[in-house]
Design a protein around this ligand. Sequence first.
Ligand SMILES: [Zn+2]
Length: 263
Amino acid sequence: MIDSHLHLQDPVLFDRLDKVLYEAREAGVDRMVVNGTTPDDWPLVSDLSQSIPEVSAFYGLHPWYVNEYPDGWQERLRYMLTKNPLAGVGEIGLDKWIPNRDWVRQQEAFLTQLGLAHELQRPATIHCLKAWGKLLECLDNSCFDGAFLLHSYSGPADLVNEFVERGSYFSISGYFFRQDKMAKLKVFELVPEDRLLLETDAPDMMPPKALIRKSIMRSESGMPANHPANLVGVYEAYSEWAGISLEETKTLMIQNFSAWHSR
Ligand SMILES: [Zn+2]
């Protein structure tokens, strides 16, 4: 099974990495797409991808952190990507939901990173919240024409086709199987089957109880954190929702992952 989006470098997972990895493998997870979010965690993502065969690395400056990094990160990102020809560009994107993040800087950072993905011919992973129109505009203003993943897509139903036409894949996280998120899940009925992927976004986006196989207590907050082994729950819930067998889901996700990741 393939987890198309998570953050294994997050201290909650990284501090107990051996155990987390053991449990993920036991559960049947055989590919994990680990997304870097700032220049500070890129080296860790790189180490993970070199030491763990299941890990695929993505490097990007996340829109939440654009204020914290003065210019200079762009060259660092180019270096990280050049060093690993298999790495993708992510997690990048636009976010109007989070307060106090420089909106102009977000767009500049996003366009720069799309440009780099185009130049180096890499797939991209995009985070977008409440900025869907602007996302379309940026995609149209960029020369990037590769495959990208809209991770945990929560955009409007009527934009699904627009994104499909521009090369988008869409991932469902376990979180969308919560009773109060059913409207978000329904949007995925419009996504072509060959453009779907599944993810945990661990340690974030805690799924509903029925999907949880493992969780970890966050020491500071005492709140449970999501675990990569919960991917099994996501695969099972998706299979049931889509009316296909677990084996069919596994085959579909392998095909979709290689189509997205090899472009
Ligand atoms: Zn993420």
